[in-house]
Ligand binder design. Structure first.
Ligand SMILES: [Zn+2]
Length: 247
């Protein structure tokens, strides 16, 4: 049951928004059938994600880490963007000033054509040479050889942010710039408790902005959000776009 009054409130706010910042997390991918790969959801051959997604694990045993990513890429490669992803692409088209910040590494947003986007945790379809640092896309599933190698002969790693690693500086700067400029923040499918996004709702509120939350259940953001819409983003976001278009 979608809350019509709240949808209209969101649409009215969006109609008066100059810069829309959208933040997405695992929830929107989950609606496309992608597990979170955390906790029990991430179990693979009795390894937990926290044991494999680290620079130390990769240094010790790149083959096992890559076999795990190969498995994940197999699952993700079969998934498709859902109506929530497509609605966010529509929002990008509607707003002149727009940025999507996603914590997801599955690349589903990019597949809708979203271009004004920062993947702050990287993208597991992109690889990076551990020697040269140069990146390229590697879409093959399953990989023809593990670990994949750069033309320079060195091992390639997934271009994602692992536990214990810092976020890419450029992506962070872009995210924080947008955070200061936006007047509306829309949080989708994330409880937003992880750095750096944990501070986003409060920053926007302190700057006089408006915070919209779309999650399946209440989160710490619910306490600060101006409107919380509870349900699947794939149900709610298309409604929001429809209401905005008829404003
Ligand atoms: Zn190389």
């Amino acid at each position: 049951m979608i809350q019509a009054a709240d949808i209209n409130k969101v649409a009215t706010r969006l109609a008066n928004t100059k810069f829309l910042l959208v933040l997405t997390g695992a929830g929107i991918s989950h609606e496309s059938g992608i597990p979170t790969f955390r906790g029990n959801d991430g179990l693979w051959q009795n390894y937990r994600a926290e044991e494999l997604a680290t620079p130390w694990a990769f240094e010790r045993d790149p083959v096992t880490v890559w076999q795990w990513y190969d498995w994940r890429r197999g699952i993700i490669g079969k998934a498709k963007p859902n109506p929530g992803h497509h609605a966010i692409k529509e929002l990008e088209d509607i707003f002149e000033n727009f940025l999507l910040i996603t914590q997801n590494v599955d690349g589903l947003h990019g597949r809708t054509g979203n271009a004004k986007m920062v993947e702050i945790h990287g993208n597991l379809w992109r690889v990076r040479c551990v020697r040269e640092g140069k990146t390229s896309m590697l879409m093959e599933v399953p990989l023809p050889s593990i670990p994949p190698r750069c033309e320079c002969g060195e091992i390639l790693r997934p271009d994602v942010v692992w536990f214990g690693e810092s976020l890419p500086t450029q992506a962070l700067e872009q995210a924080f710039r947008a955070l200061e400029m936006c007047d509306t923040l829309m949080v989708v499918g994330t409880s937003g408790v992880v750095y750096p996004v944990a501070s986003f709702p409060e920053t926007v509120k302190n700057n006089g902005g408006f915070v919209i939350e779309i999650n399946t259940e209440a989160t710490p953001i619910s306490n600060i959000a101006d409107v919380s819409l509870f349900g699947k983003s794939g149900d709610i976001l298309p409604e929001v776009v429809r209401a905005l278009r008829t404003q």
